[in-house]
Design a protein. Structure first.
Length: 354
């Protein structure tokens, strides 16, 4: 029976334990270029003992940023600053991961701490026109997205592929495609945001087509020996929306295209829905998806070592990802080893403190 501290090998990559840092936007960059903040922030979490450190949603084009301050990977100039991040993570014992993303109709907003993250309208100085599957705004505050043509869909898929290639050059060893939280790829597979009548809308197969084709293109440039993951919103938590059953079916399709792991999040696609949050509330989604045989990550209000260990031991997930808890405490993994009485990978420099 696997446990929290047992290494996990996926393709040629071995994580020293099953604890990962969930991707979290820092909104702290200029022109999408990584910087000292990201090196220190993610490097610290590798020092803190995580096995996997996934850097935040990284835009494949400027229009795909959530805010003007997001990090990106849309040009070769973005590669070199990221090499400092991957080195800081890897040299401290963790596997460097990246989440590549396109914000779709939820792009062009303020940072959460500026004007409550409200949308920036296209005619405002820092704003830009947003795009999505159908001309349906996220809510009344957001602009109506431009309905992407098939040619534009293909162009964005090329941008995802190019982003993956650059991530490889920058030294990332784990790639996650962001297909959750109401951003572009999720907005295509959810029937609530996608009302198209062409090959990219309507049936389940059509709604997942954008994601599936993107996966195929990425797998063609992302080496066989490296893991590929997809973060999904396992349910829209809304009447008539995407369901856990569809997520399970999607996982079967993803597995066939060489995806190794599904990172099981939820929501974000429908404004104002009630989400029944509580400790580990998304774990059942991970458990359902894992029944297909694909590896999964569980995320969402996982905060204590016993809870995290039980998720792995009971076979509900292969990895646990922690978000906010890792912001509060980068040393959570080292302390978890200690509290569950396991030998911890404490950096020699810190031995006198543990
Ligand atoms: C997030 N989350 C998130 N998710 C994602 O897929 N890409 C991202 O870039 C971000 N950005 C982000 C920033 C911040 C500040 C927070 C708090 C969250 C969601 C995050 O990865 C995680 O799924 C949730 O926070 C739930 O896990 P916790 O925080 O309950 O452990």
């Amino acid at each position: 029976m696997a446990h929290l501290f047992e290494p996990l090998t996926v393709r040629s990559i071995t994580l020293r334990n099953r604890i990962g840092v969930s991707p979290m936007c820092m909104y702290s960059y200029k022109d999408g270029l990584s910087n000292d903040w990201q090196v220190v922030h993610l490097g610290a979490r590798a020092v803190g003992g995580a096995g996997l450190v996934i850097s935040e949603a990284t835009a494949v084009e400027p229009r795909g940023r959530i805010t003007p301050h997001d990090v990106g990977i849309w040009s070769d100039a973005h590669i070199e600053p990221f090499t400092r991040v991957t080195r800081a993570i890897k040299s401290n014992g963790a596997v460097p991961g990246i989440q590549i993303a396109h914000a779709g109709r939820k792009a062009s907003t303020n940072r959460p701490w500026d004007h409550n993250g409200s949308p920036i309208q296209p005619d405002e100085p820092d704003g830009w026109p947003v795009a999505g599957p159908s001309p349906i705004a996220f809510n009344d505050d957001y602009p109506v997205p431009h309905e992407l043509s098939v040619e534009e869909i293909h162009a964005i898929q090329n941008l995802f592929r190019d982003g993956a290639r650059r991530a490889l050059t920058a030294g990332f060893e784990w790639l996650e495609i962001h297909a959750a939280h109401g951003y572009l790829l999720h907005s295509f597979y959810s029937p609530l945001s996608n009302h198209r009548t062409d090959d990219y809308g309507g049936s389940f197969e059509n709604r997942i087509r954008f994601l599936m084709e993107t996966v195929k293109m990425i797998r063609s440039v992302w080496p066989e020996k490296l893991p590929l993951a997809v973060r999904i919103s396992g349910t829209d938590w809304a009447e008539g929306g995407w369901t856990v059953e569809e997520s399970v079916e999607l996982a079967r399709h993803l597995m066939k295209e060489g995806v190794d792991l599904v990172d099981c999040s939820s929501g974000g696609g429908v404004s104002g829905v009630h989400i029944p949050t509580g400790p580990g509330y998304q774990v059942p989604i991970s458990e359902a998806v894992r029944s297909t045989g694909i590896l999964t990550a569980a995320v969402g209000l996982i905060t204590n070592p016993e809870q995290a260990d039980a998720i792995i031991r009971s076979g509900q997930a292969d990895i646990v990802l922690l978000g906010r808890e890792m912001l509060r405490n980068p040393y959570w993994p080292l302390q978890a080893y200690r509290s569950l009485k396991q030998p911890a990978p404490i950096p020699s420099q810190y031995l006198r403190a543990f």
